[in-house]
Write a protein that binds this ligand. Structure first.
Ligand code: AR6
Length: 181
């Protein structure tokens, strides 16, 4: 685990399972249908139960780079923020901006709902194929900037699934904030 202070807020990295997090909200790496899938999306719907899918159906989809909110069903987290990252092609199709936008819109939505603590998975780096090191840099830079823009948010935690993801984020954080501990 590693954490840094951004003003009075904390930006944190942990290795683990996002469905177990007790932050007020967790983010889901969804697809534009919002109707579920594999990876972290499948794990969230399995752990949270059918209520989340029911709410997603009513919302009716989410464009890439945007975010939508549902309750957390049976999850410890009260809210799920569903966001859709880009499918990585070659880095020349606006992927970086779309990935940053997914994090930015998720944190704006959290702020609008008065949510103070949010956990994120590493969006787009599984089925969507985004290179981990570059995705980590974008995720952390965007989160840092959003914490400054939304002083109501006290904690952004990245929950990295497996050592490779944790190490990539750890290295990116060390670049971003050289004295991180
Ligand atoms: N907790 C935290 N991270 C996890 C968990 C977990 N329980 N399970 C997997 N990961 P992916 P994407 C990590 O594929 O690339 C879905 O089918 C995983 O190791 O879940 O944005 C959606 O419906 C990886 O590092 O999301 C979409 O169709 C990261 O979560 C599509 O996949 C993201 O991997 C979205 O693809």
């Amino acid at each position: 685990m590693r954490g840094v202070k951004i003003g009075s807020a904390t930006l944190e990295l942990v290795e683990g399972d996002i469905t177990k997090q007790d932050t007020e909200a967790i983010a889901n790496a969804a697809n534009t249908s919002l109707l579920g899938g594999g990876g972290v999306d499948g794990a969230i719907h399995r752990a949270g139960g059918p209520q989340i899918l029911e709410e997603c159906r009513r919302i009716g989809g989410c464009p890439t780079g945007e975010a939508r909110i549902t309750t957390g069903g049976r999850l410890p987290a009260r809210w799920v923020i569903h966001t859709v990252g880009p499918v990585y092609r070659d880095g020349r199709h606006g992927e970086a901006e779309l990935l940053a936008r997914a994090y930015r819109n998720s944190l704006s939505l959290a702020s609008e709902h008065g949510i103070r603590t949010v956990a994120f998975p590493s969006i787009s780096t599984g089925a969507y194929g985004y290179p981990l090191a570059e995705a980590a840099r974008i995720a952390l830079t965007t989160a840092r900037d959003c914490l400054t823009a939304h002083p109501g948010i006290a904690l952004v935690r990245f929950v990295l699934f497996g050592q490779a993801a944790y190490r990539a984020y750890d290295a990116a954080l060390a670049q971003l904030v050289p004295d991180a501990s």
